[in-house]
Design a protein around this ligand. Structure first.
Ligand code: COA
Length: 285
């Protein structure tokens, strides 16, 4: 099979988005899970935005001139995020996925990223095998959790919308917890109006770009994380991603009626520091 790779363009969004929808739907339904994308248009919309965004590198695979898959690299931070990677279900398990992964790794090396990360659907043994063979280590088991807004406030922890003036403090906090900041994403989220901060004892002790699938959150303590989750108006997309090793917050979410929708895995290759605080990864990492 002659696999050709090329950069993606906005004109690929319709076909790549359709493949992305079908690929996730097929694998989720085989395992009895609800697909990540509720409709084809949602997947096309997400890929349209990524293909048009210069901060995302994209690669498209073709076989005999037909598009069969795509992959992305989020280049907004010092650590790059891989995915979503999807291959047309009719040609999966024939090395197209490996080629699409190699392409984003070459790009990450070229651009001097110190590490790459991704989130893997925990029930999907093929992607788990592929990523492990490509050098990724399993870092966290995650529960994707969904439910009604909790409307809970945590004493002494005030949640308010984030502003540009908070950037420096939030980036410092992320640096302390993860050893690197996520300044690019946070800046975008503040511009979108989706980011929030927690104030405790007169300083910022936590922030979230979004409490949900496409956003990450960082807190000095579990109380900061609970304050952000408790104040969220909704858990955007399929749900928030909770590291289950954080038993205290995991049980708190379960006790407050959030339900697990699927297991997921945070994997990394390159620089990784054991987090020194509380956090929620986004689906990009
Ligand atoms: C995940 C996905 C992108 C992989 O692409 P693909 O073209 O099917 O995968 P490849 O054929 O390149 O690689 C699969 C690898 O896993 C190995 N593999 C598959 N099942 C395995 C198993 N049960 N145990 C061990 N290895 C296994 C294959 O041998 C192959 O390894 P190799 O390259 O060393 O031969 C594709 O299957 C897909 O689109 N899945 C649905 C969407 C999805 O889950 N995307 C990823 C989100 S995290």
């Amino acid at each position: 099979m002659d696999i050709k790779l090329r950069s993606g363009t906005p004109a690929d969004a319709e076909i790549c988005g359709g493949i992305c929808y079908e690929a996730f739907k097929t694998i989720s339904e085989v395992h009895g899970f609800v697909p990540d994308f509720p409709a084809r248009e949602v997947a096309i919309g997400v890929l349209t935005r990524m293909l048009a965004n210069p901060k995302f590198y994209s690669v498209v695979a073709e076989v005999d001139g037909r598009i069969v898959g795509s992959n992305f690299l989020d280049e907004r931070n010092r650590i790059a995020g891989v995915g979503p990677i999807t291959v047309d279900p009719s040609v999966q398990n024939r090395a197209i996925g490996r080629r699409l992964m190699d392409a984003v790794h070459e790009r990450a090396t070229e651009k001097n990223f110190v590490g790459v990360r991704l989130i893997q659907a925990g029930f999907h043994i093929r992607s788990l095998s592929l990523y492990a063979k490509l050098g990724y280590d399993v870092r966290e088991h995650l529960a994707c959790m969904q439910g009604n807004a909790l409307g809970i406030s945590i004493e002494g922890h005030v949640v308010r919308p984030a502003a540009n003036a908070d950037l420096e403090n939030c980036n410092r906090l992320c640096q302390e917890v993860h050893g690197h900041d996520r300044a690019g994403e946070l800046k975008d989220a503040i511009a979108d109006g989706s980011a929030a901060v927690v104030e405790h004892d007169g300083r910022i002790t936590g922030y979230a770009t979004v409490v949900g699938f496409f956003g990450h959150a960082v807190g000095e303590t579990n109380e900061d994380l609970k304050a952000l989750i408790g104040a969220a108006k909704e858990f955007a997309g399929p749900g928030l991603l909770l590291p289950t090793r954080n038993g205290e917050v995991f049980r708190w979410c379960l006790t407050n009626s959030l339900r697990i929708t699927q297991p997921m895995t945070l994997m990394s290759k390159g620089l990784y520091n054991e987090p020194a605080g509380a956090f929620l990864p986004s689906v990009l990492y």
